[in-house]
Structure formats: C-alpha cells, structure tokens
Design a protein around this ligand. Structure first.
Ligand SMILES: *[C@@H]1O[C@H](CO)[C@@H](O)[C@H](O)[C@H]1NC(C)=O
Ligand SMILES: *[C@@H]1O[C@H](CO)[C@@H](O)[C@H](O)[C@H]1NC(C)=O
Ligand SMILES: *[C@@H]1O[C@H](CO)[C@@H](O)[C@H](O)[C@H]1NC(C)=O
Length: 317
C-alpha cells in the first residue's frame, strides 16, 4: 500500500486548519502557509492551495492581486489570466449549446417567423455558373407586393439605400441613417424570433448584455475593407456588397455571383440565425434545421478594434 505515502506531504508550516480560502496570493510567513505562485517553488504552500486558488469558487469579483495562480476579477479576460472556471462559476450559467439545441431552436424560430413572405416566392433559376450573370430574366418569377409588406422588410428596404457597394468608398453615417438603423433594430427586437433568440443566448451563457446592443455592434459597426472604414456585417450580408445577396431586393440592379441565401424568410429570422451561429459556432459550420432540412451556416468573424463583428454569414449549401 505505497500510495498512502504521497497522499499528503506535510510541510511544517502547513499545520492543520491553515487554508488558502480567502488568501489566494498571500505569500505566507513563518507561522502561516503560503497561497501564492512562489510558495510552490519553496514547498511552503497550504495543502488546499491549488484546489482553492485555481478556481473562482468563492472568489468572483475579488480584485486583482499579484502572485495568484489565476484571477477572477472583471478584467481577467482581457488580461488572459482568468481561472478556467470563471465563466461557469461567476456568471452562474453554463456556456454551451449542442447541435441538437441549435437545430431545435432554429426550427422554433422558423415557426415563429410571422414576417416571412407568406406566399411562395417562385424562383426562375436560369443559367448556372460562377462567372457572370447568366440569367436574362429576374430571379423571382413573382414577388407579390404582400411578400414585402411586413414592417421589418419595409424598414430593411429603407436601410439599404444607405450603403455603397463600392468597398473603396468610405461610408458616412448621417443622422437620418442612424435613425433608420435604430428603427430597424427596434422593430426586429419586438419580434418573437428575436426574443426567443435572446432568451436562448442568455440562458446558454453566450450573451451577457442585451441582444439589441449586440446586434448593433455585430452588424452595424463599420470596419475596414481595403483600409477604409467602408463596411459592416449588415452591409456585407444584407445589402449585397459581397458574395451574399438578400434576393428579395434588388441591389443596384447588380446580380451577385456564387451567392447562397435564404429565400422568403424575414430579415429578423436571417439576422437571428446568423447571430446565433456567430456567437455559438464562430468561424465554422453551425448546424441548423428548417422545415426538417438540416444544413450548416458558415460564419466568419471580422476583428476590428478589439470588437468581434460579422465578416460574413451564409448558408453553406
Ligand atoms: C502571517 O500571515 C498571516 C496571514 O497573512 C497573518 O495573519 C499573521 O499575522 C502573519 N504572522 C506573522 C508573524 O507575520
Ligand atoms: C520563498 O522563496 C523566496 C525566494 O525564492 C523567498 O523570498 C520567500 O521568502 C520564500 N517564502 C517562504 C514562505 O519561505
Ligand atoms: C469606387 O470608389 C473609388 C474611390 O472613390 C473610385 O476610384 C472607383 O472608381 C469606384 N469604383 C467603382 C466600381 O465605382
């Protein structure tokens, strides 16, 4: 029975009853065992040093202190010195969503999407190819006016003329354009689609503030393409600047090549699903399900001034 010999290596200073609880970072002294980084080298640590001081249990929000194995203060994320369990322990919520969770939620969002086109949009799929516009006729055979009548679609249309498709032209934000953006965000936040998305992201630990602020940051922060502040996630995905086009709307009469897109869904559903995917499965395939069809959404994060923004988001089909 040799394993007992290394159960505890008693140090003369680590008398019973001496503990690191409430003392992480304390060096200790001649009568008290240590709880800091140096004590491990001296062999003078309290027995429960690593158990107590490698975790944020009982330590959430304590201020930074030099010599701790890891920190639990509000700046630890930016300083990359948090204990591993800081999110789980200090936010009180487990961060995570399984493939099953994501598929279940996206089906629910589709069912709740009252602003989607209630009629079938008939597509006229003409020449297939990646190079040019091979279609002589419009993509949509019929787009009934009622398909574009919902409040969020009208607000989206108003927003779209704010954006220039030329990524070398700097975007300027006029007050009336900011007002249009605010109106759009207000409208989408009132939908059940966004409310379900917000609850899910909060419950699962992917969102700490409110979803409206997150949407504003993710989608409307201008970032640099070709070294000029000329783009935003919204513009790239919803206004057809790049390879993705929201086809219910013409974008300056241009047709984009090699695009994939949702057809007939509301702007809030598209934005909710893309936001869900960029927060839970950034930069990779994100499993979703709509009308029983399983497919992936691919997102790319654009980093800009310490913020994470939507670089691209599209169905990978
Ligand atoms: C040793 O450290 C403990 C805890 O920090 C403190 O309470 C005690 O007064 C110190 N004793 C000496 C002799 O410095
Ligand atoms: C641990 O070692 C350092 C130097 O390596 C020394 O300054 C410190 O006093 C030691 N602490 C204890 C508690 O022995
Ligand atoms: C885009 O804008 C730049 C700078 O204003 C201009 O030089 C260029 O010709 C524009 N490109 C197109 C395709 O309009």
């Amino acid at each position: 029975m040799h394993f007992l010999t290394y159960l505890y290596v008693f140090h003369p200073l680590a008398a019973d009853g001496q503990s690191c609880v409430g003392r992480c970072g304390d060096p200790g002294n001649s009568s008290t065992c240590g709880c800091n980084v140096a004590c491990a080298a001296n062999g003078t640590c309290c027995r429960n040093h690593r158990d107590v001081c490698l975790s944020c249990r009982g330590r959430c929000g304590e201020p930074y202190r030099n010599g701790r194995l890891c920190q639990c203060d509000s700046n630890c994320k930016s300083h990359r010195n948090c204990c591993d369990d800081v999110t789980f322990t200090c936010s009180g919520i487990r961060r995570g969503a399984t493939t099953h969770d994501l598929r279940e939620l996206t089906e629910k969002l589709l069912a709740a999407d009252v602003n989607g086109a209630s009629v079938d949009l008939r597509l006229d799929l003409q020449g297939k190819g990646m190079s040019d516009d091979l279609a002589a006729r419009p993509l949509f055979k019929t787009v009934p006016a009622s398909a574009l009548a919902s409040p969020t679609i009208r607000l989206l249309e108003e927003l779209q003329d704010n954006y220039s498709p030329n990524v070398t032209t700097s975007e300027d934000e006029e007050p009336d354009e900011v007002a249009e953006k605010e109106a759009f965000l207000d409208a989408v936040m009132q939908t059940q689609v966004m409310q379900l998305t917000e609850s899910f992201l909060k419950e699962r630990g992917f969102l700490t503030g409110n979803l409206r602020d997150k949407l504003d940051e993710l989608w409307f922060t201008l970032y640099k393409r070709k070294k000029i502040l000329s783009s935003s996630g919204f513009e790239h995905v919803f206004a057809g600047e790049g390879e993705i086009i929201k086809v219910a709307y013409k974008w300056m009469d241009k047709v984009k090549k090699a695009g994939s897109m949702f057809v007939g869904t509301s702007p809030e559903l598209d934005m909710a699903v893309y936001t869900l995917c960029i927060l839970t499965r950034p930069n990779r395939g994100c499993a979703v399900q709509m009308n029983g069809h399983k497919f992936n959404i691919q997102t790319w994060v654009q980093k800009s001034d310490g913020k994470e923004l939507v670089g691209a988001a599209f169905p990978a089909i």
